[in-house]
Design a protein around this ligand. Structure first.
Ligand code: F6P
Length: 320
């Protein structure tokens, strides 16, 4: 019987975490549950840094980036002593279940807790979109929109100077932000870790474009590929074009969550509560073909993350 739930956000923040917290608190209350907000992810869990959340605690946060209950990457939780402390705190604070919003490291923690009998639910919250079991994670859509806005600004200066502008975007080992922003932003080339690339091919495309009168190019490089400055140097040498590098960095993690991310957060938050109320736990919620799904949390890493090769192909054709 679940009465009291602890909610926390963990790992890198992502736009949409706040609407997810709001959904968990308000839907949870609607279902007659008590909700406790655990501060700074696993760090707050270990320290017992938490407080009850009522309906007003999540007022006026739906449009805000970041996470009102803060987040952290806890090294202590990965130690045996830290993990033991977390288990004790869960007992002391009478938490019947935990709902965590985060990425792969957050989920690994949940798996460990679940193995020890703690009822847990995982909600995917990361801009990286690097889970295989869900089509999309909370924060990804907003981050892609942020990158597309940035590319539009870069396009202005790129055209004015007739340069090759190289943009590095986040995503850790996953190229999804680069791929989606590349297609939406009309980039000439996208370089991602999942697909082999040859700098000579990129240069050939630039030269062919120049012969047709195209005077500039935008190239998006996923951070998992790395070395954007080396790429810029090589392209400059091989094409004679002036190159510039922009690393978008943490601005991709902030900003008001998109409507898509807010709706996703509402749906996934509600499913998390529904599962617990129905006596189901040890699950990760997500989206497949627009439908909310849930899978056993111990299996989340068995699903291979698919790369949208069709997007890659389209970028190549449409940006000529
Ligand atoms: O996982 C989200 C992410 O922003 C990645 O894209 C990036 O590699 C990483 O977090 C940066 O981590 P940190 O916040 O620890 O610097």
């Amino acid at each position: 019987m679940i009465r009291k739930i602890g909610v926390f956000t963990s790992g890198g923040d992502a736009p949409g975490m706040n609407p997810a917290i709001r959904a968990i608190v308000r839907y949870g209350k609607h279902m007659g549950l008590e909700i406790t907000g655990i501060k700074r992810g696993y760090s707050g869990l270990i320290e017992g840094d938490m407080s009850d959340m009522d309906l007003s605690a999540v007022g006026d946060i739906i449009h805000r980036g970041g996470t009102v209950i803060k987040t952290a990457r806890s090294e202590e939780f990965k130690t045996e002593a830290g993990f033991k402390k977390a288990l004790e705190i869960i007992k002391i604070f009478d938490l019947d279940a935990l709902v965590a919003i985060g990425g792969d490291v957050t989920y690994k923690g949940l798996q460990k807790l679940s193995e020890k009998g703690v009822p847990v639910i995982g909600i995917p919250g990361t801009i990286d979109n690097d889970f295989g079991y869900t089509d999309v994670t909370i924060g990804f859509d907003t981050a892609v929109n942020t990158v597309v806005d940035a590319i539009s600004n870069l396009r202005d200066t790129s055209v004015s100077h007739g340069r090759i502008n190289i943009v590095e975007v986040m995503g850790r080992h996953c190229g999804d932000i680069a791929l989606h922003a590349g297609l939406a932003g009309g980039a000439e080339n996208v370089v991602i870790p999942e697909i082999y690339y040859d700098t000579d091919d990129i240069c050939r495309k630039i030269i062919e474009g120049r012969n047709r009168g195209k005077i500039h190019s935008l190239i998006i490089v996923a951070e998992g590929v790395g070395k954007p400055y080396d790429l810029a140097e090589e392209i400059k040498e091989k094409t004679g074009y002036d190159t510039r590098v922009s690393i978008l960095g943490y601005l991709q993690r902030g900003g008001s969550p998109s409507a898509f991310d807010r709706i996703l957060a509402a749906r996934l938050g509600a499913r998390a509560i529904d599962l617990l109320v129905a006596g189901n736990h040890g699950r990760a919620v997500g989206i497949k073909n627009s439908q909310v799904i849930d899978v056993p949390i111990e299996n989340v890493f068995d699903y291979k993350k698919a790369t949208n090769e069709d997007y890659y192909r389209l970028i190549g054709i449409l940006s000529r």
